[in-house]
Design a protein around this ligand. Structure first.
Ligand SMILES: [Zn+2]
Length: 412
């Protein structure tokens, strides 16, 4: 089997997909089920069909493009990622795993390889939480990590229910049917940019992921008292934004004091009401993201933030309400998949680094229903979720080559 990645074609496809965007180049914005997302899906389906794959969509829009194996009924070997992009993002996050996965399958076909197990490209719906406030919507439903009933309760920023939005996008069928049967996948492997600086810093071209950190997200609402910025004297104030400022620092402090490099916490948004220059903020909403590879340590950070909020309430005479949006467990990659990925790297004389994934991915949920692994390639300065996100053609092609080798080994 001689595997050759068609680098030029893959790069031109990455550019073509990046052009289907609601932001001006080089930025990419592609929010799930917008006309732009639907256009990108149609474009991608056409590329998969061109490659001879059979494409189906489930009720939430997860897309499966299948290359049948010689044993039609055998469990499939899956690969894939997502194509939705947060506002003002780059062109490689998720896309490298989708178009790279497609190119890996094409490379295998060109080589004359015939899989015994079906090989399937899987494109997950809404990995990014932008529209419905919850990340990995598609893979949560596939893995049973989110029930159909809970999913139906989700609404987008305009208050539209998920059922209405997906049906408007042409997706019928029942959300109950999205969950995959046990044993559907023999293994699942996701190729992704690292979204961190370690591979680049150590000048190692590939990362084999050992485990994926546990994410939690909270929404914190702070209620104080508004008033005229001139009229209300300082001793009488119950400024919600000042309380929020203390809360933000408390979250940071809770993460810093664990002393563990794997603990991270971020307050990513801060909405201020009424938001006028001469008005005391009466209400603030923060979104908080806390992650760790160790579940107990992550939960301890959440507890520390909670007790800080009680102290701030007392001190500033405000009320603070915390909603837990999600708190997922970490995932370990399957030793057998790690071993196959490592072996594929060695076979092509590529150095690799065992790595923790601090960002979470659909693989976090796929790991609940299938032996799962992830392969990382470097991205410049570790930048991601920004327009200057960049992965080199050479690194992408190398990742696709090792992915193809791995899919061949598992599906043979
Ligand atoms: Zn991603």
């Amino acid at each position: 089997m001689k595997l050759e990645v068609d680098r030029a074609r893959l790069l031109s496809e990455i550019e073509a997909l990046a052009a289907i965007s609601d932001a001006e180049a080089p930025a990419v914005t592609r929010i799930v089920f917008t006309p732009t997302d639907l256009e990108a899906r149609a474009w991608l389906t056409a590329r998969c069909e061109e490659a001879g794959l059979t494409v189906r969509q489930d009720a939430i829009g997860n897309t499966f493009a299948r290359w049948p194996g010689s044993e039609v009924e055998a469990a499939a070997v899956g690969t894939g990622s997502h194509i939705d992009a947060i506002p003002n993002a780059g062109k490689y996050d998720g896309v490298v795993g989708v178009l790279g996965g497609l190119e890996a399958i094409r490379a295998l076909r060109r080589s004359g390889f015939r899989p015994r197990h079906p090989v399937e490209l899987l494109v997950f719906t809404s990995e990014e939480p932008t529209r419905f406030g919850i990340g990995c919507l598609g893979s949560r439903l596939l893995s049973g990590g989110l029930s159909a009933e809970a999913a139906r309760g989700l609404k987008d920023c305009d208050g539209e229910s998920i059922d209405k939005v997906r049906r408007a996008a042409g997706l019928c069928g029942e959300l109950e049917d999205v969950k995959l049967p046990v044993g559907y996948y023999k293994a699942f492997v996701e190729l992704h940019i690292e979204q961190g600086p370690l591979l680049e810093r150590q000048q190692i071209p590939l990362g084999v992921v050992t485990n994926i950190a546990a994410p939690a997200s909270l929404r914190i609402s702070i209620e104080g008292a508004g008033g005229h910025a001139g009229g209300v004297l300082m001793p009488d104030r119950r400024d919600a934004l000042c309380a929020a400022a203390e809360m933000i620092l408390a979250v940071e402090n809770a993460a810093r004091t664990t002393g563990a490099i794997d603990t991270v916490a971020t307050v990513g948004t801060c909405e201020v009401f009424p938001g006028a220059v001469n008005s005391i903020p009466s209400r603030v909403r923060l979104s908080v993201d806390i992650r760790d590879t160790d579940l107990a340590r992550r939960d301890a950070v959440m507890k520390a933030a909670e007790s800080a909020s009680q102290a701030i309430c007392t001190k500033r005479q405000v009320t603070i309400h915390t909603d837990l949006l999600n708190a997922d467990a970490p995932a370990n990659c399957a030793p057998a998949v790690i071993e196959t990925l490592s072996h594929s790297c060695r076979k092509h004389q590529q150095k690799f680094l065992p790595l923790v994934s601090r960002a979470y991915h659909d693989s976090l949920f796929m790991a609940r229903i299938a032996p799962t692994g992830m392969l990382f390639i470097p991205c410049r300065n570790g930048y991601s979720h920004r327009p200057d996100e960049y992965a080199s053609a050479e690194d992408i092609a190398r990742g696709v080559l090792v992915l193809a080798e791995t899919l061949a080994a598992i599906s043979a």
